[in-house]
Design a protein around this ligand. Structure first.
Ligand SMILES: Cc1cc2nc3c(=O)[nH]c(=O)nc-3n(C[C@H](O)[C@H](O)[C@H](O)COP(=O)(O)OP(=O)(O)OC[C@H]3O[C@@H](n4cnc5c(N)ncnc54)[C@H](O)[C@@H]3O)c2cc1C
Length: 406
């Protein structure tokens, strides 16, 4: 069976490797001159800056991505930093276990109840913000939960259901994380490129050929190429355009049009001094925009020139006034990092929105990888599995897809 994969993002490459492992003959088409999409590195003055992801695998060696990588024998090392995360509150860093120190006895009891519900509860359709407000009026609880959602999902807790937030925290409790791939995101992409037979760069797919409700191939540079299966890693909206909206039921078209992206701002910073001094995530609940920072160089020195650290800050995009949003992010960085202007140099500020977002679909929106068109499937961050963040959600769905079609 011949498969065309459109797009060489992590979703496309994982699909290609796992399908090849099952005996399919796979061709990957990528419009850009490099593979990896929003999960690879750009080398700049010796720093390995990422095109998107924060050089982290959400559940380290225990998650779905690690499982998929192991399945195809990808040669990549993922290191799990300790502590995994800390919270910067009132100029001090707290581990999760130290957080109760911040609260009165009454709030401590509420916190214990909330943590128990996060572990054993189910949640529902109401937003996590509403859910939390019913359990406590303490503003700091809200801010802590919001910084986690802002860093991990690039949304606020008013934008996610309590059901989805609780599924995610259950997986964090069970699978832990994050992990850092040595060599950054690109190390994972390179390990997959070593396995996939045919990846064609600078080959933009212009059309998915559909006949009688069935995908039968693709069109590239005016040439028709025929395949048994087409796997699209370009997102639900773009897939619809490539295959022609007229080929889908109206209800499907409107459900795709209504999907909302998660948008964000990332700042990549160089420093000669370590700023965080650990490899996990520093969540910043008191900041106005920045949800957290990481310093991957505390674990992986290969991604910065000798003697330098690479710090990354992430903030969800809260409005379409990008200039103002950037200035609020920079104001936060000045407050969070001591002597920011003196010790740090901003290498790159990236805004992820519209067609190049953080997530093509906000976490918790469930869309199937099957489409109404036979033999056409969607992978990537538009069809993530519920309860699984970022590339974990992508990998989980790709593993399921491969079982379905093989
Ligand atoms: C700021 C930020 C921080 C993040 N942090 C993390 C993190 O730390 N950990 C984590 O796990 N995830 C993180 N993510 C999310 C992660 O980067 C994405 O979920 C993931 O990279 C998406 O992969 P994908 O395969 O769905 O899509 P993409 O990476 O977008 O790949 C799609 C590919 O398709 C190609 N393409 C598009 N159209 C065509 C066409 N017509 N023909 C051929 N090729 C085409 C594109 O060029 C691209 O290469 C982050 C994202 C951002 C933006």
């Amino acid at each position: 069976m011949r498969v065309a994969v459109i797009g060489s993002g992590i979703g496309g490459l994982l699909s290609a490797c796992l399908l090849e492992e099952k005996g399919f003959s796979v061709d990957v088409y990528e419009k850009l001159p490099y593979a990896g999409g929003r999960f690879t590195n750009i080398s700049y003055r010796g720093f390995e800056l990422s095109t998107g992801a924060l050089h982290m695998v959400p559940h380290g060696n225990k998650g779905a991505l690690a499982k998929a990588l192991k399945k195809v024998n990808a040669d990549v090392e993922i290191v799990e930093p300790k502590p995994e995360g800390m919270f910067r509150i009132k100029n001090r860093n707290y581990t999760v276990n130290e957080l109760p120190e911040l609260f009165s006895l009454r709030d401590k009891l509420s916190l214990l109840r909330i943590l128990a519900e996060l572990k054993y509860g189910r949640g529902g359709d109401e937003s996590f913000k509403e859910w939390l407000r019913k359990r406590s009026k303490n503003e700091l609880f809200y801010r802590i939960a919001n910084s986690f959602a802002g860093w991990s999902l690039s949304i606020g807790i008013e934008e996610i259901s309590s059901r989805e937030y609780i599924r995610i925290t259950k997986n964090v409790n069970k699978l832990r994380g994050p992990g850092i791939p040595i060599g950054g995101c690109k190390a994972i992409i390179d390990s997959l490129l070593d396995i996939v037979e045919n990846v064609f760069l600078r080959k933009k797919v212009d059309r998915i050929i559909v006949e009688n409700g069935k995908a039968i191939g693709i069109e590239v540079n005016g040439q028709r190429k025929f395949y048994d299966i087409v796997v699209s890693d370009v997102g639900p909206k773009e897939t619809l355009k490539l295959a022609g909206e007229e080929n889908f039921p109206r209800s499907y078209v409107s459900s795709i049009r209504n999907l909302k992206e998660a948008e964000g701002i990332k700042v990549q910073i160089a420093s000669k001094k370590p700023i965080l001094e650990f490899g996990g995530v520093l969540f910043t609940p008191e900041a106005e925009r920045v949800a957290g920072l990481n310093e991957v160089t505390s674990v992986d020195e290969t991604i910065a020139p000798k003697g330098y650290h690479l710090i990354q800050a992430h903030a969800p995009l809260k409005s379409s006034d990008v200039e103002r949003e950037i200035s609020l992010v920079l104001k936060d960085l000045n407050n969070i990092i001591k002597d920011f202007k003196k010790n740090c140099e901003i290498l790159l500020i990236q805004v992820f929105r519209k067609k190049y977002p953080v997530n093509r679909v906000k976490q918790g929106t469930s869309l199937k990888f099957e489409t109404p068109i036979k033999n056409l499937y969607i992978v990537g961050d538009g069809v993530k599995a519920s309860g699984y963040m970022e590339t974990e959600g992508i990998a989980k769905r790709v593993l399921e897809l491969v079982e379905v079609i093989s």
